[in-house]
Design a protein around this ligand. Sequence first.
Ligand code: GEK
Length: 242
Amino acid sequence: MKDQIYQKVMGEVPAFAFDEEVTRVFPDMIERSVPGYQATLSAAAALAQRLATPHSKIYELGCSRGAALLAIDRKLDPSLQVELVGVDCSEAMLKACQKDLVDSKMLKNHLSLIQEDIRQVELKDASLIVLNFTLQFIPIQDRLDLLCRAKKALRPGGALLLSEKIRLADERIDTLCIDLHHEFKKSQGYSELEIARKRDALVGVLVPEPIQAHKDRLSAAGFSASEVWYQAFNFCSLVALA
Ligand code: GEK
C-alpha cells in the first residue's frame, strides 16, 4: 500500500507512531524514505550467512514487518538450526509480521516473534544482532545499556549490524545532506508538504546522533571494533564485532 499518510494530515502534525496506519504502508514508506534500505537488508543476510553458528540465535530488534528477517532467512542454511528472533513493541507491526512471514509459510528457519520493548527483552546466545534503523527511536540515555546487553548476548565471533539516520559532524554538510535526502524523497514521489510534515512528526521521536557518538558507544559497550560499511547522505550502517 502506498504511503499517503502526510498528504491528508490537517492542522498540527501529531507525533510519529508505529500504529496501524503506519504499519499498513510501512514497506512502501521505508523503501521510499531511506536511501540504501535494500543494501542494509542484503548486508544483514550476507552477515548472517557468514557468521551464523549452529543452534545460535539471530535477533532483529525493532523488526517491523520482518523484511530483514526474511532476507536473512533466504540466505541462511537451515541445517545450522539457527533461531530467528524478531522483537518489536508495536502490536500492529508484530501482527503484520506474523501474517507476512509465518502464516504465509515463507520461512525455511525457525522464527520467534516477541512483542516487547527491546530495552527489556532477554538477549542470549546470538551469532548476529540486527538493529536496522531502530536505535534512533530509543531515548539517548537508554542506548548504551541496550548495546551492552547486545554485546553480552553475542557469542565470540558474533557481530552487530547497526543502521541509523545520523547527524553529520559538520553543520554545513549536515544541512546539505538533509537537502539531498529531501531531493531523494521527492524523486520517490513525496511532495514538499509531505516531506515537511513527516519531518515535523519525527521531531523528538527519531533522534539522530553523529557517527562518532555511535562508534564511542559501541566501544564503551565492549565491542572490539566498529566501522561504517555504508553511507548515503544522512543515513549510515555500521558493523561492530563482539
Ligand atoms: C526493517 N528493522 O524493516 N522496543 C521495540 N521496538 C521498538 C522500540 C522499542 N523500544 N522503539 C521502536 N521500535 C526494520 C525497520 S523501523 C525503522 C525498523 C523506521 C520499533 C518500531 O515499532 C518499528 O517497528 C521499528 O522499531 C523501527 O529493517 O521506521 O525508520
